[in-house]
Design a protein around this ligand. Structure first.
Ligand SMILES: CC(C)(COP(=O)(O)OP(=O)(O)OC[C@H]1O[C@@H](n2cnc3c(N)ncnc32)[C@H](O)[C@@H]1OP(=O)(O)O)[C@@H](O)C(=O)NCCC(=O)NCCS
Length: 330
C-alpha cells in the first residue's frame, strides 16, 4: 500500500491557477451530475472560472492543500463568506475537507469574524451540517433552458475555541531574552532572499545598536513568538525626527495568517502615539507578501529605487513605501 505524506496547507500562488481550475472541474464533473441538470453543472463551472478564482484570491484568502506534491484541495475566505471549497474526488472522505474548513474558520476567527456564511450545493449540504453549519435559506436559481439550480445558504457562529492556540495572538514589547527566537525568525526571512540585503544574522549587540529602543514588538501566542517588528531612524537631522523605517519578520510556518498585519497595525498605532508621523519601508519588488501587507496597512508606493545595492553580486531594485499619519505630525 502506498504511504501518503501528511497534507500541508499553504497560501494560493498565481502559478496554481491551472491546477486549481482542473481540480474544480474534476470535482464538479464527479460530484454534481447525480444532483443537477447538465445546464446547472455547466453553470457551476462558469461560476468558478479563472477570473472569479483570481479575483477572490486577490480580495480574500485562498488556500491550497497539497499532498504528495499534488494540489488536492482548496478553499477561500472572502470577508465573512467561505467559498470554493473543493477536495479532489479521489481524496474525498479522508478528512481533508474538514481540514480546509477548520483552517478557513481559524482565519475568520483571527480576523474577528464571529459568524461565517456559505452557499452549499446539494451534495455538500450534509458535509457542512456535520461541521455544525445550519441552513438559513433555500434558494433556487434559473439557469439555461429554464433548468433549476437549488442550493442552500448556511451559516455557523464561530466559538472562540475554533481559533486554535496558534492564532491567539498578543502583541507585546520585545525583551532581550527574546533575541534567540527573534534571530531565528530573522534567519528564516534572510533565507527567502527577498527580505533584506543582509545575508547573516547580526549579534544582539549589533541589532540593538542599529534599531531604535522604542517600539520593538513581538507577536506571541502562549510562549511562542510568531514574529516581530522594529523601527530604525532614517536621519539624525531634527526635522526628520518623526520619520522612521520599519522592519518586520514573521515565522515561516505562520506566514499569511494575519500575524504581519497584527504586528504592523500595532507598530503604526504605537508610532503615532509616540509622535512618529511617517513610517517607511524599503521592499524588494519580488517580495509581494510584504508589498501587499504594507499596502493593506495604509502605506503607498513612493517610487522605485533602481539598482540600489548589490546582493550576491547582483544589483537589486527597492520599492520605497511610506505611510503618512493623519493623527501625528499634523
Ligand atoms: C512579509 C511578511 C512580514 C508578511 O507577514 P504575514 O504574517 O505573512 O502577512 P499577513 O498574513 O498579516 O498578511 C497581510 C496581508 O498581506 C497580504 N499577503 C500576505 N502574504 C501574501 C502573499 N504570499 N502573497 C500576496 N499577498 C500576501 C495579504 O493580502 C494580507 O492581507 P489580507 O489579510 O487583507 O488578505 C512575512 O511574509 C515575512 O516574514 N516574510 C519574510 C520577511 C520579510 O520579507 N519581511 C519584510 C521585509 S521588507
Amino acid at each position: 500500500m502506498a504511504v501518503e505524506s501528511a497534507p500541508t496547507i499553504r497560501r494560493f500562488r498565481q502559478t496554481d491557477v491551472n491546477d486549481l481550475l482542473a481540480l474544480i472541474g474534476r470535482t464538479i464533473d464527479s460530484c454534481y451530475p447525480p444532483h443537477y441538470a447538465a445546464e446547472a453543472v455547466a453553470f457551476f463551472k462558469s461560476y468558478h472560472d479563472r477570473q472569479a478564482l483570481i479575483r477572490d484570491a486577490e480580495q480574500g484568502h485562498t488556500i491550497v492543500l497539497e499532498q504528495d506534491g499534488r494540489i488536492v484541495g482548496t478553499g477561500t475566505l472572502l470577508g465573512d463568506e467561505i467559498r470554493r471549497v473543493f477536495v479532489d474526488p479521489v481524496c474525498q472522505k479522508r478528512g481533508l475537507g474538514r481540514l480546509i474548513m477548520q483552517w478557513l474558520e481559524e482565519q475568520a476567527a483571527s480576523r474577528g469574524i464571529r459568524m461565517v456564511v456559505l452557499d452549499a450545493s446539494i451534495p455538500a449540504q450534509a458535509f457542512y451540517q456535520e461541521l455544525d453549519y445550519i441552513t438559513s435559506e433555500e434558494r433556487c436559481l434559473e439557469v439555461a433552458n429554464g433548468k433549476k439550480l437549488r442550493y442552500h445558504k448556511m451559516q455557523k457562529t464561530l466559538k472562540n475555541t475554533v481559533c486554535g492556540e496558534h492564532m491567539d495572538i498578543t502583541v507585546e514589547k520585545m525583551t532581550d531574552g527574546d533575541w534567540p527566537i527573534v534571530a531565528t525568525i530573522l534567519k528564516e526571512g534572510i533565507a527567502t532572499g527577498h527580505a533584506t540585503f543582509e545575508d547573516a544574522v547580526p549579534t544582539w549587540e549589533q541589532f540593538d545598536a542599529t534599531h531604535l529602543p522604542q517600539c520593538r514588538l513581538v507577536a506571541r501566542s502562549g510562549n511562542a513568538i510568531l514574529g516581530w517588528i522594529v523601527r530604525s531612524g532614517v536621519s539624525s537631522r531634527s526635522v526628520y525626527q518623526g520619520v522612521a523605517e520599519v522592519s518586520i519578520y514573521v515565522k515561516a510556518s505562520v506566514r499569511g495568517l494575519g500575524v504581519g498585519k497584527t504586528l504592523l497595525s500595532a507598530a503604526i498605532e504605537a508610532s503615532e502615539r509616540a509622535g512618529i508621523w511617517t513610517l517607511q519601508s524599503g521592499i524588494f519588488p519580488e517580495n509581494t507578501a510584504s508589498l501587499s501587507l504594507h499596502e493593506r496597512c495604509g502605506f503607498r508606493v513612493v517610487g522605485y529605487r533602481e539598482r540600489l545595492g548589490q546582493m550576491h553580486g547582483a544589483w537589486r531594485d527597492v520599492v520605497l513605501m511610506e505611510r503618512r499619519s493623519k493623527i501625528a505630525g499634523i
